[in-house]
Design a protein around this ligand. Structure first.
Ligand code: 3H9
Length: 701
């Protein structure tokens, strides 16, 4: 079936685009539009309408074709053909006109849209810039400053705002796009409307401050640390403002091609597809039914419970928060109120919306009040016995068919499920702190969890705006199991001679949102301490990897919350500062464990911290805990601040090559004499065959 078709209605030629699911501008679509516009020049139509079937207008270039050779028209040839049409072409927009989709619309002479439509240039989220004139046409319509904001943020805007900004010319009344667009086209014909070409608009140099470009580049180097595309976007907009259209377009082309060939964009495109892949459960039949989740209960009103409750309230789902007594309950509800108030103060939420959300959250101290809820999420203290008691109680009071979920970070979900008579309804829903903000949701499938409960949980995650990833049961699941290896190595580097400042700087330069030592201080060093208290010596692992943290906790240095941890914190600015007392403490521990401290290179720190992530990730794959390597990448990007432009640990390993990873692991094992570094079988096999995680995953499908 052709992706482009053409029909006449009266004076108007309609170019129909039909390329499901999102009408991405594939090669076939580009060729089809070019041919249709060219052929229409010779028929009796007086105007042409570009309109899409399905759920959306063109949502952008077909990302899956990037890097493949052109076999037909390129983007700019098609847009030039539209722009130079002798008859007015009108884009009729519904759904989302994104990236190359909006750029196509901007090459048309007029644009109309449904009120529900959105337009945007999200290329920056793929490590790219708009490469089909977006950086040149948008500032000509909305001004330089607004264009920088729109294109570097990648955020879509609603049709009403687009109309006001002159990105679209006409809003269609009602929801019949075709009828509305035809009427608009008739009106343009009747008025002998001119062929308006955005390229002909000149940007008045008085309309912007010439300093804006340097200022924006500086701001973006902080906001989008390490990323190339935002910088190049500003360069392109500067060209739009200071050069003729074709010269600016050529600059845009050059930067677009450089970005497309960059490892940053490859990593970000990998994450785009990985995120979508993660929601697919390999062994779940497509027809698996889902339960309706119309009410939720949260057990525990701590920071985590409160954050989880907010997710549901934000999505319009009523939540009952259960606490052990009224005092704890009021404290929990107050935390939620405080969080919402902070969001209102930042201008990100209206007072009215806050009130709607708060009205959806009610409290109770009585388990009987949970009798009719569809989903319960337990978020009590990390103690297996307490959790088992909670689940036994839930089993007594909850209606048949309710989903019973635990937000545990480490505990055995099978053991928790066994505390009930309905293990098929029990699942892990592991939120990340702060739970109302962090996108990741690990969905932990226990041995007896039913398909229906998994399918429902995936759907619930999406409904509340989370990025779900399936994990099997193991200590720490995917994310924390790997993170403990990363944390171990950060501590060992510290005792062996690297400074906290060096470790954090190196990892932050790599792109991590925050270095590992600073993360410990932020989260509270006492958290790991408490977890270790319940562990045997064997479970705790190498004492050199936690001795410093133990002493800090015993000295009351719990991290940021006590004003001091691995660092001390300026009481006014909260800036982290090196503390000679901690250096002395570390030296004393090194002496105790017979460690001769030495200097570390930055590269050594990267290897020591990232290779254990990769090695543990490979073991997780071998054991079938994660479905695919890209799921692990999604966990790290959305839950642990791993830089999206590095693509996650498994993509990073593929990027540097598994042979290199294998050799480095072997070398570390030999140097340290520690089997911790023994390469996972999977890495060994793939390295020996010159393969990659991505290739292995492809063959598993
Ligand atoms: C660009 O345009 C460059 C130009 O400036 C210049 C060129 C020279 N290509 O997200 P969903 C697939 S760069 C290929 O679940 P939703 C997606 O993988 C592009 N495939 O749906 C999924 O496949 P599957 C700029 C794409 O309703 C299916 O469609 N544009 C593309 O939640 C459904 O996707 C963007 O960055 C694509 N462009 O959200 C927009 N888009 O079912 C990217 C989607 O096999 N897209 N797919 O897993 C989006 O933001 C969302 O998909 C959208 C729909 C909002 C459109």
């Amino acid at each position: 079936m052709s992706v482009v078709s053409y029909e006449m209605q009266g004076d108007i030629g309609i170019i129909w685009i039909d390329n499901p699911p999102v009408n991405a501008l594939s090669q076939a679509l580009r060729d089809g539009i070019y041919d249709a516009v060219t052929a229409a020049q010779d028929d009796h139509s007086k105007a042409l309408l570009l309109i899409c079937r399905g759920r959306t207008f063109i949502a952008g270039a077909d990302i899956s074709e990037f890097g493949k050779p052109l076999t037909g028209r390129d983007f700019n040839q098609v847009l030039e053909c539209i722009e130079h049409s002798a008859k007015p072409i009108i884009a009729a927009i519904h759904g989302t006109a994104l990236g190359g989709g909006l750029e196509t619309a901007l090459a048309c002479h007029y644009r109309c849209a449904l009120p529900s439509a959105m337009v945007g240039l999200p290329e920056v989220h793929l490590g790219l810039l708009p490469g089909a004139g977006g950086t040149q046409r948008v500032p000509r319509l909305i001004g330089v400053e607004a264009a920088i904001k729109m294109i570097t943020s990648g955020a879509p805007i609603k049709a009403a705002a687009a109309l006001e900004a002159k990105l679209i010319d006409h809003m269609v009344d009602g929801d019949d796009l075709l009828a509305g667009a035809l009427a608009y086209a008739e009106q343009l014909i009747a008025n002998a409307a001119p062929l308006l070409r955005v390229r002909d608009i000149t940007i008045d140099s008085a309309s912007f401050d010439a300093a804006i470009f340097d200022l924006s580049r500086k701001q973006l180097s902080r906001q989008a640390r390490g990323q190339v595309a935002p910088q190049r976007i500003v360069d392109c907009i500067e060209a739009a403002a200071t050069m003729p259209f074709d010269q600016g377009l050529a600059i845009e082309q050059g930067h677009f091609l450089d970005c497309m060939a960059s490892s940053q964009s490859a990593a970000m495109r990998h994450i785009f597809f990985a995120q979508r892949e993660a929601s697919k459960i390999k062994d779940l039949p497509k027809e698996t039914s889902k339960r309706h989740i119309q009410s939720v209960a949260i057990i525990g009103g701590g920071t985590m419970g409160g954050g989880i409750a907010m997710n549901f309230a934000n999505a319009g789902i009523p939540v009952t928060m259960l606490e052990i007594n009224d005092q704890a309950l009021q404290r929990g509800l107050a935390i939620v109120d405080k969080n919402y108030t902070a969001t209102v103060k930042k201008g990100k939420l209206s007072e009215a919306k806050k009130q709607c959300c708060m009205d959806l959250i009610t409290g109770t101290t009585n388990y009987q009040d949970l009798a009719n809820v569809d989903l319960v999420i337990e978020a009590v203290f990390e103690n297996l016995d307490i959790k088992k008691q909670v689940f036994a109680k839930l089993d007594e009071v909850c209606k048949p068919g309710a989903i019973l979920a635990t937000n545990t970070s480490y505990q055995d979900v099978n053991a928790i499920a066994a505390a009930t008579q309905r293990p098929e309804d029990v699942i892990g829903l592991h939120f990340f702190s702060p739970a109302n903000i962090m996108k990741l949701l690990e969905i932990v499938r226990a041995d007896k969890t039913s398909d229906e409960v998994i399918a429902t949980s995936m759907a619930v995650a999406k409904a509340i705006g989370k990025v779900p990833v399936l994990s099997g049961v193991c200590f720490g699941f995917i994310g924390n199991r790997m993170f403990s290896q990363y944390g171990r190595e950060a501590q060992l580097c510290l005792i062996e001679g690297a400074s906290a400042e060096q470790i954090d700087r190196v990892m932050e330069n790599f792109g991590m949102a925050m270095g590992p030592i600073a993360v410990s201080d932020l989260a509270g060093i006492d958290i790991g301490y408490k977890v270790r208290e319940a562990m045997s010596d064997e479970e705790k692992g190498d004492p050199r990897s936690y001795c410093i943290a133990d002493v800090l906790v015993e000295q009351g240095r719990l991290g940021q919350k006590t004003g001091a941890g691995f660092y001390k914190y300026d009481p006014q600015t909260r800036a982290r500062l090196n503390d000679p007392e901690v250096t002395a403490l570390i030296e004393a521990q090194a002496t105790k464990y017979n460690i001769t401290r030495r200097a570390f290179s930055d590269e050594e720190i990267i290897d020591r911290l990232l290779l254990p992530l990769v090695n543990e990730g490979a073991k997780i794959l071998q054991e079938g805990i994660a479905q695919r390597p890209s799921d692990i990448d999604v966990v790290y990007v959305f839950g642990y601040g791993f830089p999206v432009y590095q693509g996650g640990p498994m993509h990073y390993a593929d990027h540097i090559g598994l042979e290199t990873v294998y050799k480095k692991l072997c070398a570390l094992q030999q140097q340290s004499g520690d089997d911790f570094w023994q390469p996972a079988e999977l890495i060994k096999n793939l390295a020996e065959n010159g393969s990659s995680f991505a290739h292995w995953a492809h063959n598993q499908n």
